[in-house]
Write a protein that binds this ligand. Structure first.
Ligand code: SF4
Length: 580
């Protein structure tokens, strides 16, 4: 591929966009902001769009986007050794001051390395010099467990963009060379400089701690998070393009965080406390975006924790928007919410019972019962919504065969509710069950647990497949355990996993071969009980939750006790004989 072809493609992409920012570089700080996946995927990512807006809101910064090229284009670029360029000015990424990645998924780690190579930048921080852009890796995954990426990053940005972007700017303004910049960054909240920390290992291979080469380097590094969102603009779509999954949608984050305290949920714990964005500003931005979008996508895990959610939804509906929530908690499904969704054209609602039995739901602290789920299903199907999507998990602590049967039974009962309303209408919908094996995640009450053994998960998958086969209007999609195995390695590993990522990047993501080639003991990271480990790899970032809280939650899990979210404590008291 020639440079001019790359330029032509970029110009064609820009010609279809509304809202991108083009600034002369001049003496500005130049930031190439990368999404390590395709344009199609990246442009629907609200975190990515928000960081772009935050950088460009500063007069002395110019931020341009860069994506993983599609397969054929990627192969052409590699073959012709054409350097990766940014979208806005088609400038080589290697010429920028900062090359910043927003990483949302473990599977994109390899793409970070591919993009570094395409830009002509060594993948390992230790091989780079001051001539290279500063490589910053941020995004949701990095404040859960950044360690597998530590050797590739000059800087890990852990936390929320609203706090991190000003910190990065301050450090650049204060420093005159790269060592000074790294030292200045280490003093800003949320910036972790991996090269300042030397991990120490015990004889059994577990992490025993870190020594630091810079005396002022904080240990641990505190995550950067907004104290309050009262006066902050909500993250919204700022660039519209038809070339993305949510092209015609105005995405907006209504409220950040979720206080339901499900014991497996890293997003719940890591985005605490719950913070609502100002309703008037949400509505004002929605009004401005109306000419470019006919649906609004509400990106929040606890939508209805916004104190003014009813007013927001009613006003969005008045503006003529269709309304699509990214996810809905079961306790969010009130009559008024369901009817607004139905009126705005939603045909499917997604809910997450997680499992089929009330007992196992008490174990994982999902504070709803089967009866409540069935009541909600009545509400959904009575409103005229036809389809239901269900998220379940496998391999939960204390799970038995009875719990698998309970998944089938709950699904059958939900199907009965669907049929009850569908038959008189003469239109029968579908129930789709999606099942994922539990990966015990860093920063949760299950962070010390080994993942369930492959053979065990495999047996349960087979059993559930046979239990749920051939049910009319019910379809199950059950993930294979091998897929989860390598994801678990990336999620639970430490720096010693880095060679596997590099090998997988070279070999076209053959993870099995990558593990074999590098000799990394993947089972050690995935199947070990970590409860006696002195330090966990992700303890390098202080996410705000105390280990003692997680220990207590884990013990309560085994006793099948709920920890009620504050707002449900009273209304659920009658259901909870086990709670003191
Ligand atoms: S309700 Fe959903 S988002 Fe909230 S903690 Fe539970 S699983 Fe996480």
């Amino acid at each position: 591929m020639k440079s001019w072809e790359q330029r032509e493609r970029a110009l064609l992409t820009l010609s279809k966009e509304t809202g991108y920012v083009s600034k002369p570089h001049g003496n500005r700080l130049r930031v190439a902001l990368a999404f390590p996946n395709t344009y199609w995927v990246g442009m629907s990512n609200l975190g990515f769009q928000t960081v772009y807006r935050l950088f460009n809101a500063q007069d002395d910064v110019v931020c341009e986007r860069v994506f993983l090229p599609p397969k054929q284009e990627l192969a052409d670029l590699v073959k012709s050794r054409t350097p990766l360029v940014t979208l806005e000015s088609q400038s080589p990424v290697g010429d920028f001051d900062v090359f910043a990645f927003s990483v949302s998924f473990e599977w994109d780690y390899v793409n970070v390395l591919t993009m570094l190579r395409l830009a002509g930048i060594p993948i390992h921080a230790a091989e780079r010099t001051e001539r290279h852009p500063l490589i910053v890796i941020g995004g949701a995954v990095t404040f859960v467990n950044p360690e597998p990426l530590a050797l590739f990053a000059d800087v890990i940005a852990a936390g929320e963009g609203e706090v991190l972007v000003p910190g990065l700017e301050r450090a650049f303004a204060a420093a005159s060379d790269r060592p000074g910049l790294l030292r200045a960054l280490s003093q800003e909240r949320g910036f972790y400089i991996p090269s300042f920390y030397d991990p120490q290992y015990a004889a059994d291979g577990t992490l025993s701690g870190y020594t630091t080469s810079f005396p002022d380097a904080p240990l641990p590094v505190r995550k950067a998070a907004l104290k309050t969102t009262d006066a902050v603009d909500p993250p919204v779509t700022s660039i519209f393009t038809p070339d993305t999954e949510f092209g015609s949608r105005f995405l907006v984050e209504v409220v950040r965080g979720c206080a339901n305290l499900c014991r497996f949920c890293w997003a719940g714990y890591n985005y605490l406390p719950v913070r609502a964005f100002p309703a008037d500003r949400i509505l004002q931005l929605a009004e401005q975006a109306r000419p470019f979008a006919n649906r609004v996508g509400l990106v929040s895990i606890a939508l209805c924790d916004h104190p003014e959610i009813d007013r927001i939804l009613a006003r969005l509906h008045e503006m003529g928007y269709g309304i699509s929530p990214a996810s809905l908690r079961l306790d969010d499904l009130t009559e008024s919410i369901v009817s607004v969704l139905r009126a705005s054209g939603e045909k499917t609602i997604t809910i997450a019972p997680e499992t089929g039995s009330d007992r196992l739901r008490r174990v994982i602290n999902k504070t709803v019962t089967n009866d409540e789920i069935l009541d909600r299903a009545d509400l959904i199907f009575a409103s005229g919504i036809e389809n239901l999507k269900l998220y379940y998990m496998l391999g939960l602590p204390t799970e038995t065969d009875d719990d698998l049967v309970a998944i089938r039974d709950l699904t059958l009962e939900l199907r009965d509710r669907m049929m009850k309303y569908a038959k008189p209408r003469g239109a029968v919908g579908r129930i789709i069950g999606s099942v994922n094996p539990l990966i015990p995640k860093p920063g949760t009450a299950y962070q010390w647990l080994p993942m369930a053994a492959d053979a065990d998960v495999d047996r349960k998958i087979k059993r559930l497949r046979s239990l749920t086969a051939d049910i009319d209007n019910v379809y199950f999609n059950i993930k294979s355990e091998r897929h989860s195995y390598y994801q678990a390695l990336l999620s639970l590993g430490d720096r010693r996993v880095a060679p596997v990522i590099a090998a997988a990047e070279r070999n076209g993501q053959n993870w099995r071969a990558a593990v074999a080639e590098t000799g990394v003991d993947a089972d050690f990271f995935i199947f070990r009980d970590r409860s006696r480990d002195a330090v966990l790899p992700w303890d390098i970032i202080d996410g705000g939750m105390k280990a003692s809280f997680f220990h207590t939650e884990f013990e309560k899990s085994l006793r099948e006790e709920w920890t009620l979210p504050p707002k449900r404590a009273q209304e659920n008291a009658k259901l909870l004989p086990v709670i003191s």
